[in-house]
Design a protein around this ligand. Structure first.
Ligand code: NCD
Length: 344
């Protein structure tokens, strides 16, 4: 990835959270708020009528792909998609450069996920339309960090608090988890944040990211006990062990019980904390992830994150394609149908 990328605005790729300052971050969040009636399907919108999204996911995905595609469709655009290497010509040895040039000729914007760090930037270098990074290996996942900070802001505001000065405990696989890398980098735009980190041996945060956070004036505390790590935190951000990115030995060493559950939170006297997770949550036995026994706690925000992802991804497309909120409003009308589930 180039050292310094331009700010994210119309006609630009979105490759890294480093493309944000406080102003364009706030502009994106204002746009995400403004499209809420369309995200909630209270209004239908045709502002992207005639526009085509090329969605290329060379790694597994549920919410990222479907929320990007839903976001584009909900704005009135169309979507073409390919998933996995098997069903694309990369299986025949086609280079990233050729693939990028070809598919960008069919699309107005591309969303790309790829298992290798830096590969999406390489893709962007050969594309003739804006490329949105939907995750490049252990590198970055900017749209996830954007929706995480958007959610963080709303959850903290509901408790009369701010992202500036908040205390966030980040737990789990901090080495291979790209969402954590992007989140901590994006929090560099805020001030006075305390990060308390808990990672099992071998899965610690890359030192450069920790140093950058400290250089931004944040406090970083590293703990070797989960209960101590979550004590006093306003927000707890749990993550999945990225088994697909590590050796079998390391994956085996991290095949254990819950990373976080209600009894740990009870002992830490923090049952009211805001609980976040980028998802997917690994629900298999010995997954060493967030237990579903926290799902009835008042601070559970994991599904607020997934819902907010739609708004944020709509805002990303509108920004990349240079569409103003006035144009969105002009082409929106209240929908005449209801999608509510009747009680039995
Ligand atoms: C994450 C990812 O793909 O990095 N998922 C997501 O996009 N929300 C996290 C993960 O896979 O654990």
């Amino acid at each position: 990835m180039p050292d310094s990328l331009p700010l994210f605005e119309q006609g630009r790729h979105l490759l890294s959270v480093s493309q944000f300052d406080r102003d364009n971050l706030q502009a994106l969040f204002d746009m995400a708020d403004a499209v809420d009636p369309i995200a909630k399907r209270q209004a239908v919108c045709t502002v992207l009528d005639g526009a085509m999204l090329g969605s290329l996911f060379f790694e597994p995905s549920t919410r990222t792909r479907l929320s990007f595609e839903s976001a584009f469709l909900r704005l009135g655009g169309e979507v073409t998609t390919t998933t996995g290497f098997t069903f694309s010509s990369m299986a025949k040895g086609e280079s990233i450069a050729d693939t990028a040039r070809v598919v960008s000729g069919y699309s107005d914007v591309l969303v790309v996920r790829h298992p290798d760090e830096g590969s999406v930037a390489q893709f962007a270098a050969h594309s003739i339309v804006p490329v949105i990074n939907a995750g490049d290996g252990t590198g970055e996942h900017p749209s996830q960090a954007l929706l995480d900070v958007y959610t963080l802001q709303k959850e903290l505001a509901a408790r009369g608090k701010n992202v500036d000065g908040c205390h966030i405990a980040i737990l789990g696989d901090l080495k291979y988890g790209r969402t954590v890398h992007s989140l901590i980098k994006l929090m560099g735009l805020h001030t006075g944040v305390t990060f308390t980190l808990f990672a099992p041996p071998g899965l610690e945060l890359p030192v450069q990211i920790e140093h950058d956070a400290i250089a931004h004036g944040h406090t970083v505390r590293v703990m070797d006990d989960v209960e101590a790590a979550v004590t006093g935190a306003d927000v707890i951000y749990a993550t999945r062990v990225q088994r697909e990115r590590m050796t079998d030995e390391l994956a085996q060493a991290n095949a254990r019980g819950d990373l976080l559950n209600k009894s740990i939170l009870t002992r830490a006297d923090n049952l009211d904390a805001i609980i976040m997770h980028p998802l997917p949550r690994d629900s298999r036995p010995d997954s060493y992830d967030l237990s579903s026994d926290v799902d009835d706690l008042p601070g559970l925000a994991i599904f607020h994150q997934t819902d907010n992802g739609l708004n944020v991804r709509m805002a990303i497309f509108l920004t990349a394609l240079g569409v103003t909120i006035e144009a969105v409003n002009l082409t929106s009308k209240r929908r005449p149908w209801k999608a509510t589930l009747r009680p039995v």
